[in-house]
Design a protein around this ligand. Structure first.
Ligand SMILES: [Zn+2]
Length: 111
């Protein structure tokens, strides 16, 4: 597999992650709006509203954080900086990028 083909695959993978995360965030938001509608009580017997809100908020923050990382990776990708460690500038290990496509640091400098 040549390098160009590999990077196209990585970019497609990042785009796919971005779409999935945006869809997840849209679902969370839609559910929140529905739950907060004054004439909707279908959630009232599923644990306290407050607990569900906290839970949804945590999911939303996690998805939002991941989405920001994926978007950052796409920006670096288009700038030709993708896969380079932000500390030492060396290429990030391929295995690490496969496990964590939006990694910004090599194994040595991983936080
Ligand atoms: Zn490094």
């Amino acid at each position: 597999m040549n390098i160009h083909h590999k990077t196209v695959q990585i970019r497609e993978h990042l785009m796919m992650m971005q779409r999935e995360l945006e869809a997840r965030l849209a679902r969370i938001e839609a559910e929140r709006v529905e739950r907060n509608a004054p004439d909707n009580d279908k959630w009232s017997d599923q644990g306290s509203l407050h607990e569900r809100d906290d839970e949804q908020m945590a999911l939303q923050l996690a998805a939002q954080g991941e989405l920001n990382q994926v978007k950052g990776a796409l920006v670096r990708f288009d700038a030709g900086q993708y896969g380079l460690c932000s500390v030492c500038g060396e290429e990030i290990e391929a295995g690490r990028l496969e496990a964590l496509p939006f990694a910004t640091r090599c194994k040595t400098h991983a936080v």
